[in-house]
Design a protein around this ligand. Structure first.
Ligand code: COA
Length: 326
């Protein structure tokens, strides 16, 4: 059977580190509060002259190198992001130009923290139909540019970076077994960016009213995330007749340690089967799963034949899962 198989991974994060102790000097918070409530210790912040496409491009080049695929062999470039370089053109087009993927169609997917999984799901469908042979799927964000750095409810949670995968059509049993994506737009106001779109264009008033910053009702998001991520994980396993006991490595969206622990517990997974790196990066939204995957892959936490489960949740609301045989 023809499957979409991940043949290369890559990631890139800014050099600049912002620790909880740095945040203590910026807002009324403490390392102790942030660590216990979120599990985050530090995050990476883009510097001057660094954009979403900067990290997306670096991650893409590493993934292509690992896969041994040349950029002009790509049929498709998808970038999951809510912090594109511009409202348009798509950041995927900027990346396409940077890497010279001259034969690819390129577009962005807006599904917040589920953006990478949505992109992977789209690429997988194109590959299964035979339309696409080689695709590049990237999750990339520079969230620091839409954060109100005086709001202690949100500023400690997020970070910048990108992760990328090369997905190729391969015969055999290894590759993406299934993807599952869901949305519930009735909750869109729980997590969104009010300005810089057609409702609230970029005006001085939008700046004065702080509409240019991410808004979030953290408590509500937390509860819905635990429920939805738990349900979709079971949905993905059931589609292949598997149970949590079959999972070799669970790579959840890295939003909050307590969310990850709650889902790990629901699935009955021991800690060594759950990949966590949010202590070092915070929530990088669409970039979180591909960055985690790249770290797991390069540190040999995954071996051929392993069953790997991705699980994401984000603004929209959107959520999804992908089950893979590595
Ligand atoms: N430092 C110190 N105290 C803080 C604080 C901070 N940075 N932020 C909030 N507090 C205070 C609150 O004011 C509140 O005080 P009060 O009880 O006197 O009113 C108290 O801490 C508890 O706040 P609460 O918002 O209930 O905390 P919480 O346990 O829900 O944790 C989040 C807050 C944001 C960490 C948590 O809700 C969360 O992670 N939600 C999910 C967010 C997320 O992952 N979003 C992206 C999804 S993809």
């Amino acid at each position: 059977m023809m499957r979409a198989r991940i043949t290369g991974t890559g990631s890139a994060v800014p050099d600049k580190v912002l620790t909880n102790f740095d945040l203590e000097k910026m807002v009324d918070t403490s390392d102790e509060w942030i660590t216990t409530r979120t599990g985050i210790k530090e995050r990476r912040i883009a510097g001057e002259g660094e954009y979403t496409s900067t990290f997306a491009t670096r991650a893409a080049e590493k993934a292509l190198e690992m896969a041994g695929v040349k950029a002009d062999e790509l049929d498709l470039v998808i970038v999951g992001t809510v912090t594109p370089d511009f409202p348009f053109p798509a950041t995927a087009c900027v990346v396409q130009n940077n890497i010279k993927a001259v034969n690819a169609a390129a577009f962005d997917v807006t599904a917040a923290c589920s953006g990478f999984l949505y992109g992977l799901s789209v690429a997988e469908k194109f590959i299964r139909t035979g339309t696409v042979k080689k695709a590049l799927v990237i999750g990339a964000e520079v969230l620091s540019r839409i954060i109100d750095w005086s709001d202690r409810n949100t500023c400690l949670l997020f970070g910048d970076g990108a992760g990328a995968v090369v997905v190729e059509a391969c015969e055999g049993d290894n590759g993406v077994l299934s993807t599952h994506i869901h949305s519930d737009g009735s909750f869109w106001e729980l997590l969104y960016l009010p300005a810089c779109g057609s409702r609230n264009p970029a005006t001085q008033k939008a700046v004065d009213d702080k509409l240019i910053y991410l808004m979030m009702q953290g408590n509500e998001v937390f509860k819905l995330a635990v429920r939805a991520m738990g349900e979709v994980a079971h949905e993905a396993l059931a589609a292949s007749g598997m149970t949590p006991a079959d999972i070799d490595l669970f790579i959840p969206h890295q939003a909050n340690r307590r969310i990850i622990d709650a889902i790990g517990k629901r699935l009955g997974l021991a800690e060594d089967r759950v990949f966590v790196n949010l202590d070092r990066y915070g929530n990088t939204s669409a970039a979180s799963i591909p960055i985690a995957l790249d770290e797991a892959n390069r540190s040999s936490r995954i071996k051929e034949g392993d069953i790997v489960l991705f699980d994401a949740f984000g603004g929209g609301l959107t959520w999804g899962a992908a089950l893979l045989r590595w």
